[in-house]
Design a protein around this ligand. Structure first.
Ligand SMILES: *Cc1c(COP(=O)(O)O)cnc(C)c1O
Ligand SMILES: [Zn+2]
Length: 434
C-alpha cells in the first residue's frame, strides 16, 4: 500500500509531494504536540513524539459569504459542511448513511425546572440513523477508508460505535468486523449485529478491547482493515466538528455561551472546540467567549477527578457505571479536555448513576426526549453545575444528548404500566383514573 512509503518520507518531501488521495480541504496530518506534518494516510501517532495526529486544512480560498451561502444551500445532513471536512467534494453522491442536521430543541420546560433563564437547548443526536452521535464520526472514517483502499471497516466500541460502523459498512458494501466488551446492553448488541457484519465480544472492558485492536493493526491479520477510531482516528474525530457547526448555524450563526458535552475518550469535546474555533476564524460567527463543560459518570470519572484535583494528567480508572457508552477508563484526549475546560472557563463534573436515571426521567418528562444514559449524564451534570454556581443560568446553554434511550432500557426498567384494568369504565374508575 502506498501509505507505508508516504509515512516514511521526510517533512520537506511530504509538503511538496502531490497529494495521493482526495480528501477535499484536508492538506496533511499534523502532530497536535510538536506540529510535525506528514501526508494524509492511515496514521494516528506522530513518528517524532508519539503525539496524536490531526487533520490540517487549507481553507485559504474560502470567501465567508460564499461559504455561508453554499452551506445553507447544502443537504440537510453533515455534508452541507463538506468544505470543512476531510472528504471529497462529491461525498454526498456516494453511498453513506448521511447523518446529522439533528434537532436543536428549545427546552423551555426543562429550563424552567433547572432555573435557566438565558435560553436552554438540547442538541438531540438520538435522531441520527443509528440513534447516536457516532454516525457523524463514522461517516468521515468511511470516506478515509475508501480513499486508502481498505476493504474491512472495524472498531473498538463501547456499543454505539459498533452499530454505526455496521450500518455504514452495509450501506457502502464493505465488510465489517467490530469488537465490543462482552457485557454490553442488549439493545446495543442487537443494534450492532443486525447489519450483518461480524460482532466480536471481548472478555474484558473497553480499554482491553482497544488494546487488542492496536495489536491487530500491527498484525498481518489486520491488513486492509480500517479501524475507524484507531488508524483512521484523525479522520473519524473530525466528524464531531459538525456538532459545533450545526449548533451555531441553528442558533442563527451564533456561538452559544455555554455547552455541556459528554466525555468518553474526550474526542468529541475536543473537536467541538476545534469546530467553534474554525467558525470564528472563517468569520462565520462573531468572535466572543464560550465555555465548554465536560460531563462524566462518577463510576468512570478520570477526567473530572483530574480536573477537580487541579492535575494536568489523567489517571486511568476501572469503569463501573450504567453509562456504558462513556465508560472509557483511560481517555486518550483527557489532557486536551482539561486544557479546553480551563481555557474557556468551563469545568468538568460528574454525577452518580442514580442522578443519571433521575436526569433521563427529567428530560423525558419535560421535553419528550428519551435519552440514553449518556444524555442522563449531561443533563444531570448541567443541573449539578447550576447548583454549584459553575454554570451561569442567565446565559444561552446547549446540552448534548448523544444517544437514544431505547438502547439503554435497563436504566429505567422499573418504569411501566400505571394500572392494569378490565376493559370497562367501572374498572377505570376503580383504579382512580377518572
Ligand atoms: C462515544 C460516545 C460519546 C463521546 O465519545 P468520545 O470518545 O468522548 O468522543 C458520547 N455519547 C455517546 C452516546 C457515545 O456513544
Ligand atoms: Zn509530534
Amino acid at each position: 500500500m502506498a501509505v507505508q512509503t508516504v509515512a516514511s518520507t521526510t517533512d520537506s518531501v511530504a509538503e511538496s509531494a502531490a497529494p495521493s488521495v482526495d480528501l477535499g480541504p484536508a492538506a496533511a496530518l499534523s502532530c497536535r504536540e510538536c506540529g510535525h506534518r506528514v501526508p494524509l494516510g492511515p496514521l494516528f501517532a506522530c513518528e517524532e513524539c508519539f503525539g496524536p495526529l490531526e487533520i490540517a486544512y487549507d481553507f485559504s480560498a474560502y470567501d465567508t459569504e460564499e461559504l455561508r451561502r453554499s452551506i445553507e444551500a447544502g443537504p440537510a445532513n453533515i455534508w452541507r459542511y463538506a468544505p470543512l471536512l476531510p472528504v471529497p467534494a462529491d461525498v454526498a453522491t456516494k453511498p453513506n448513511i448521511n447523518p446529522g442536521w439533528t434537532q436543536l430543541v428549545q427546552a423551555d420546560r426543562l429550563a424552567r425546572e433547572l432555573g435557566v433563564t438565558g435560553g436552554l437547548f438540547v442538541k438531540d443526536d438520538s435522531g441520527n440513523p443509528t440513534h447516536s452521535f457516532k454516525d457523524r464520526v463514522v461517516a468521515q472514517a468511511l470516506e478515509a477508508a475508501r480513499a486508502f483502499g481498505f476493504t474491512t471497516l472495524s472498531c473498538s466500541s463501547t456499543g454505539n460505535l459498533a452499530g454505526a460502523v455496521g450500518a455504514a459498512a452495509a450501506r457502502a458494501g464493505l465488510r465489517s468486523c467490530v469488537f465490543i466488551p462482552h457485557d454490553l446492553e442488549q439493545g446495543k448488541v442487537v443494534m450492532a449485529a443486525v447489519y450483518g457484519g461480524e460482532l466480536v465480544g471481548i472478555e474484558g472492558n473497553y480499554d482491553d478491547v482497544n488494546r487488542f485492536c492496536s495489536e491487530l493493526i500491527g498484525d498481518p491479520a489486520g491488513e486492509g482493515w480500517g479501524f475507524v477510531n484507531v488508524n483512521l482516528r484523525p479522520y473519524y474525530a473530525e466528524g464531531s466538528k459538525t456538532l459545533a457547526y450545526e449548533i451555531c448555524e441553528q442558533l442563527g450563526w451564533r456561538l452559544p455561551d455555554q455547552l455541556v458535552v459528554p466525555i468518553a475518550s474526550g474526542s468529541q469535546l475536543t473537536k467541538i472546540d476545534k469546530g467553534l474555533q474554525e467558525l470564528i476564524r472563517l468569520g462565520l460567527v462573531e468572535d466572543r467567549p464560550y465555555k465548554i463543560f465536560g460531563a462524566q459518570a462518577e463510576g468512570c470519572s478520570p477526567v473530572s477527578t483530574a480536573y477537580k484535583a487541579g492535575h494536568d494528567v489523567v489517571r486511568p480508572q476501572k469503569p463501573k457505571t450504567i453509562a456504558k457508552s462513556l465508560a472509557i477508563g483511560n481517555p486518550a484526549d483527557g489532557p486536551y479536555v482539561l486544557d479546553i475546560a480551563r481555557r474557556t472557563g468551563g469545568a468538568v463534573e460528574d454525577v452518580t448513576d442514580e442522578q443519571v436515571v433521575e436526569a433521563i426521567r427529567l428530560l423525558a418528562r419535560t421535553e419528550g426526549i428519551f435519552a440514553e444514559t449518556a444524555g442522563g449524564v449531561t443533563v444531570g451534570v448541567t443541573k449539578k453545575l447550576i447548583e454549584n454556581g459553575l454554570l451561569d443560568p442567565s446565559l444561552t446553554t446547549v446540552v448534548l444528548n448523544t444517544g437514544d434511550g431505547l438502547k439503554t432500557l435497563d436504566a429505567v426498567a422499573d418504569t411501566g404500566l400505571t394500572a392494569t384494568i378490565r376493559p370497562s369504565l367501572e374498572s377505570f374508575r376503580e383504579a382512580g383514573l377518572a
